[in-house]
Design a protein around this ligand. Structure first.
Ligand code: SF4
Ligand code: F3S
Ligand code: FES
Length: 249
């Protein structure tokens, strides 16, 4: 039998809600999602929470715990002091559906806006052999579990609904960077796209996205900054500039 702990959980829907207090049993080795499940089993059977794997790999259980965006299934109760109240709220950047479940379709919309990987015409399977260095370069970005914690934490959209139409967010900057590094993705200029369509210029490199990423992807250093630098190169490279001038005529 574990000790009783004080939990505050946001309950409500798109019309509004409130924090509800619970005293709930906590046992050694448990994570926050275990406690949410115990609340469902004992005191709040209709408490809504999204989860799937309980292994930090599906990206479903994103929530804010004591104000910090985290995965419920990867946040050990031992992270907190024994006397500390644990406050659990839904992701703030996305509209609430109910309790801890938010509507993250903003992210699916941004994913759809990204032009798909486009190899040159006529390349058949097996024609091209990827070099190991090219595989490794983008491997880091492939670890993304689409938890959208980075999207939720970025200040450009966190309290600024009005920026959402023009800003795709860090998760999709790493997708652009990944495709930009792919030796066969020649059809689209991912840097121009990141500037003109994804709003990468709104990012002022605060690195909050990198801090919350459960996969420890170096979003800012390895994707955003290189993409910004290459976009600048594109724009101010004298040869590219001259080419633009000539071909625009
Ligand atoms: Fe989550 Fe990291 Fe992917 Fe962002 S980049 S969605 S924080 S795994
Ligand atoms: Fe936002 Fe990350 Fe840039 S938090 S401002 S996208 S460094
Ligand atoms: Fe899958 Fe937490 S339940 S990441």
């Amino acid at each position: 039998m574990g000790a009783n702990r004080h939990f505050r959980v946001w309950r409500g829907d798109d019309t509004g809600g409130t924090l509800e207090d619970f005293q709930v049993e906590v046992n050694e080795g448990e994570v926050v999602l275990d406690i949410i499940h115990r609340l469902q089993a004992t005191q709040a059977p209709d408490l809504a929470v999204r989860w799937n794997c309980k292994a930090g790999k599906c990206g479903s259980c994103s929530m804010e715990i004591n104000g910090k965006p985290r995965l419920g299934c990867m946040t050990r109760m031992s992270t907190f002091e024994d006397t500390e109240t644990i406050t659990v709220t839904p992701l703030r950047t996305f509209p609430v559906i109910r309790d801890l479940v938010t509507d993250v379709s903003f992210n699916y919309q941004k994913a759809r806006e990204m032009p798909a990987f486009a190899p040159p015409a006529g390349v058949e399977p097996g024609d091209y052999r990827m070099q190991q260095v090219d595989v490794e370069r983008s491997q880091e970005f492939r670890k993304c579990i689409e938890c959208f914690l980075c999207q939720n934490t970025c200040h450009v959209v966190r309290d600024h609904e009005e920026n959402k139409h023009a800003f795709s967010g860090p998760r999709f900057f790493i997708r652009a960077a990944e495709l930009d590094m792919h030796p066969l993705d020649a059809k689209h200029d991912r840097k121009d796209f990141a500037v003109a369509e994804q709003g990468i210029g709104y990012c002022n490199i605060t690195k909050c996205c990198t801090e919350v990423c459960p996969e420890h992807i170096k979003i800012t250093d390895n994707a955003i900054i290189p993409m910004k630098e290459r976009a600048v190169d594109n724009r101010y490279d004298p040869l590219v500039w001259l080419g633009r001038k000539i071909f625009r005529r």
